[in-house]
Design a protein around this ligand. Structure first.
Ligand code: PRT
Ligand code: MG
Length: 222
């Protein structure tokens, strides 16, 4: 509760692109974050709105925080939601931010099409094992999945894997590492997620934020 007796709202964000791209939406709702996460070491950031605070968590931890009520709301990539599962999360809005795609990439000298046609078993390194498993199963391609937590681009260069499943935005990282995108699995953007109990208990302030975000997203896309 705030000193005024109103329910406070905690919003979980991850540092970097999600934080940066959520700021204009907050601003439209009259909420300014009072500290720069790149400069401060604080994990709880006050805002200009006495009832709203921001907590900084790892991108892949946002759904967990919101699911268990450590935060009332959060912003998280569709990739993270699919990989993590979205049980118990209300997803009212696609915010159309932090856009990218999830793709399959291989070394430019690797003949992916022939390997697939011949039914070869592929070694695939990824952070997104569930998305990759589902994609290759649907395609009827046999894969050995290798779970990594970062720098996926390195795997084909070192012989750890034939292919990677990773996020691509400009494609510059692939190009710099002599990799090529051979399949586009799905387009990704970030969603607003809300704890279902919080939505009932703090309905009014949460609805108000959702409404402003929705209007701002709509205005930006027209
Ligand atoms: O970095 P950390 O391990 O802490 O966590 P994270 O990688 O999960 O977080 P973060 O902040 O990097 O990404 C959060 C979310 O942003 C992701 O879950 C996506 O929904 C979204 N997003 C949008 C992206 C990108 N674009 C993106 N380009 N996330 C990661 N990337 C990576 C990409 O994988 C590549 O390695 O950025 C690199 C550069 O991409 P190019 O193609 O522009 O060169
Ligand atoms: Mg990252």
């Amino acid at each position: 509760m705030t000193p005024a007796g109103r329910p406070a709202i905690t919003l979980a964000l991850s540092k970097g692109r999600i934080f940066d791209e959520t700021l204009p939406l907050l601003k439209a709702a009259g909420v300014e974050v009072l500290e720069d996460p790149e400069k401060s070491r604080k994990l709880i950031l006050a805002t200009s709105h006495p009832d709203v605070r921001v907590v900084l968590v790892r991108a892949s931890d946002v759904p967990t925080y919101v699911q268990y009520g450590g935060a009332d709301m959060g912003v998280t990539g569709k990739d993270t939601l699919i990989e993590h599962g979205s049980q118990g999360l209300y997803q009212p809005l696609d915010l159309q931010i932090a856009k990218c795609r999830i793709s399959v990439a291989v070394r430019s000298d690797f003949d992916y099409a022939t390997a697939v046609r011949q039914g070869s078993r592929l070694k695939v390194a990824t952070k997104y094992v569930n998305i990759a498993r589902e994609f290759f199963a649907t395609k009827g391609v046999h894969v050995d999945l290798i779970k990594l937590y970062g720098s996926m681009e390195l795997a084909p260069l070192t012989g750890l894997a034939d292919a990677i499943v990773d996020l691509v935005s400009t494609g510059n990282t692939l190009k710099a590492n002599n990799l090529v995108e051979v399949e586009r699995i799905m387009d990704i953007s970030s969603r607003l997620v809300v704890n279902q109990a919080a939505l009932k208990l703090k309905q009014e302030p949460i609805r108000r934020l959702i409404d402003v975000f929705e209007r701002t997203v709509c205005a930006a896309s027209t």
